[in-house]
Design a protein. Structure first.
Lengths: 343, 335
């Protein structure tokens, strides 16, 4: 596609050894929400630390997986990067520029380069707009191709890049299946030639056979346009398949970060280990041989999180000191970071 | 499974819905059996009829627009489809109970946990209030809920999703059923909670010798828990067999397609998935021949005008495909 300038396919090098400046850097990101307790009285307001001191980088052409269970802060992290949420503190450095202190105009320019694909292909597309207008709207907003014909041409191009017939331009979302709608969402995200896309559970709502089509599409687009993805998902099998590196979050904190193959073959944090053991593999022979140790308990309330290491009440390795000290990330192997003093 | 007494036998079941777009054959002639105490997995994608098929067993299909057009469902020697309303109510929640996907909506939000548990037992088991309460506490303890006596006074919104699903299981077990139908029981739950709930169900089903039908789209869940598997596509069963037949020796192109398109935790990054082209058929239109034909790489001329019937390829392993022999041979050669 000619319209995406400077997009050269490059070999799939491991991002861990890339020395150039990362495309995106998140430093000490904190997002604390205030919630009033009680329905009628505004008694004490408590703080939810949705994201608490999270840092990572994403290289050009890299897919970073962000995994964890509901309420771990993975979606909020994505929203903060896109500045859909103003972070409490921390820095988001995109192409060398700190987004947190840009003015509105400069921020909007940067925003062109970062896009998002949402989970639900039903609620993320306006049911009253035609597909062509949905995909063309970002261009209209950002003043690219103000001429309608030019814009439609580009929309047609985007549709075919995403594996849809350009004729779909004149359809409404309800005339399409879930998989087709998700392709429309992807085409919209691509419309401004972004460098970086937040995929927030982008394939979670799709059926297996359709999911595989969309996974392959995302992978092809990344290679073709040298895109970077922040791939937020709870399905670890999909993450293993797509991501170069993976960060695991628990109750707002990052507990482990490593190269994908390293993380899945050698998980170090007890939470990551439990998470991986809980995922069934579609092979009855392997399942018969696997130990099914089941982690007890549930994720505690973020309003009143445990002291010290937030994972200690469920942790098989916990000792007294875990109740007091918040563990810091340590690099145990090159590129493999773990926030647990006991491993 | 040493005991192979058949508990449930569904034969040639057809369930249809009248919609504004025309008649939908949601379940189009399925037959299957469940033996006492065994775990059967029914897999398929959205709209393949797996849930409607299971709901039809208990005649829980809203009529109109739905209707069980033909077929028979024999449970423990009795035909459920010809029973009168009072008789089927005895079976529902009594000998057969259900666990649904949404633990948020399947419990009544304005009734306490205790009331919901006790009511069922007072009706089905004819227990007195005190007895029912004692058994409710016992059941909550059995499904791993702490402080069971206190929970009886609580309401569903006091509990987390995982806890509510545990209550649903307690409810399902309360009247000592012989069969539990679990329809996507863990789809709405986080992965570690999903593992807890499934492990609990499997363990209880073994200990109490309750047969279990797990309806899911998750191939991993079926591989971990099911003894036998039925694969559904467009309202029909396309393949059935033991779990290892289905996963290691599939003889239907759709099963093979599903297995190749699902990403696996034990496979390295970048391994290409082989998706199934196209999408499932629109069931409001009449399907000529095999419903899978437009997406199938094994399709031959005959598939266009004749629907394949399900036939055994080996004892206990059946496929509804004209080209099953060729598929089997090719897979054997490849391995």
């Amino acid at each position: 596609m000619s319209a995406i300038a400077g997009a050269t396919a490059r070999p799939d090098t491991s991002p861990a050894i890339q020395t150039e400046q990362p495309l995106l850097e998140v430093r000490n990101l904190k997002m604390h929400f205030t919630v009033a307790e009680g329905l009628l009285s505004r008694r004490k307001a408590s703080k939810i630390k949705a994201v608490d001191d999270v840092s990572f980088t994403i290289a050009r052409g890299e897919t970073l997986g962000l995994v964890g269970e509901s309420g771990c802060g993975k979606t909020t992290t994505g929203r903060c990067i896109l500045h859909l949420e103003k972070p409490t503190s921390g820095e988001i450095i995109f192409e060398g520029q700190n987004l947190t202190n840009l003015d509105r105009k400069a921020l909007n320019e940067k925003r062109e380069r970062m896009q998002v694909i949402f989970q639900d292909p039903y609620s993320s597309l306006n049911p009253r707009m035609k597909v062509g207008d949905i995909i063309g709207e970002p261009m209209k907003v950002h003043g690219i191709h103000p001429d309608r014909n030019k814009r439609d041409q580009r929309v047609a191009e985007l549709l075919s890049v995403c594996g849809l017939n350009p004729k779909f331009m004149d359809r409404y979302p309800h005339e399409m299946s879930g998989g087709q709608r998700q392709r429309v969402g992807i085409a919209r995200a691509l419309s401004l030639n972004p460098d970086f896309i937040v995929c927030d559970e982008a394939v979670s709502a799709l059926d297996v056979s359709i999911q595989a089509q969309v996974i392959n599409l995302l992978e092809n687009l990344r290679e073709q346009f040298n895109l970077s993805y922040l791939f937020i998902a709870h399905d670890l099998s999909v993450v293993r398949h797509l991501c170069h590196r993976v960060a695991v979050m628990y109750l707002g904190r990052m507990v482990e970060l490593a190269d994908s193959d390293e993380l899945f073959s050698n998980p170090l944090h007890p939470y990551t280990q439990a998470l991986l053991e809980a995922v069934p593999i579609p092979d009855p022979e392997i399942e018969r041989r696997r130990a099914h140790r089941i982690m007890k308990g549930e994720v505690p309330s973020p309003i009143n999180p445990p002291s010290g290491c937030v994972f200690h009440p469920r942790c098989p390795l916990a000792v007294d000191s875990c109740r007091q000290e918040v563990p810091q990330l340590r690099e145990l192997k090159p590129g493999h970071w773990v926030a647990c003093p006991r491993v | 499974m040493t005991d192979t007494r058949v508990l449930l036998e569904v034969e040639n079941l057809h369930t249809q819905f009248d919609t504004s777009a025309g008649m939908v054959r949601a379940v189009d002639g399925i037959s299957y059996t469940v033996n006492e105490g065994e775990t059967v997995g029914i897999v398929g994608e959205s709209g393949c009829g797996k849930s409607v098929g299971a709901m039809s067993i208990l005649r829980l299909i809203p009529d109109p627009p739905g209707r069980i057009a033909s077929g028979s469902v024999r449970f423990d020697g009795k035909d459920l489809l010809t029973m009168n309303d009072a008789e089927i109510r005895e079976v529902r929640g009594g000998q057969i109970s259900m666990v649904f996907q949404e633990p948020m909506t399947s419990l009544n939000p304005v009734l306490s946990i205790g009331l919901q548990l006790c009511e069922t037992m007072e009706i089905h088991l004819k227990l007195g209030p005190e007895e029912a309460k004692a058994r409710a506490i016992e059941l909550l303890d059995l499904v791993g809920i702490s402080e069971p006596a206190r929970r009886l006074q609580q309401y569903p919104h006091h509990l987390s999703g995982g806890m509510r699903q545990r209550v649903m299981i307690a409810l399902a077990l309360s009247c000592k059923p012989k069969l539990i139908i679990a329809d996507e029981p863990t789809t709405a739950l986080d992965v570690t909670i999903q593992a807890q709930i499934l492990e609990l169900m499997k363990d209880l089903s073994n200990r109490l010798r309750v047969a279990l039908i797990i309806i899911t789209h998750n191939l991993g869940v079926v591989a971990r828990y099911a003894d036998r598997v039925y694969v559904m596509y467009a309202g029909r069963i396309v393949e059935s067999g033991s779990a290892s037949d289905i996963y290691h020796r599939p003889v239907h192109p759709y099963t093979l397609g599903l297995l190749r398109s699902v990403p696996r935790l034990d496979r390295p990054r970048g391994e290409r998935l082989i998706p199934i082209d196209g999408h499932p058929p629109d069931l409001t239109r009449e399907i000529h021949g095999c419903a899978y034909r437009p997406r199938c790489s094994f399709a031959v001329e005959r598939c266009a005008h004749e629907a394949p019937r399900i036939e055994e390829v080996a004892p206990g392993h059946a496929s509804a495909c004209f080209e099953k022999a060729r598929l089997e041979r090719l897979l054997k050669e490849a391995s």
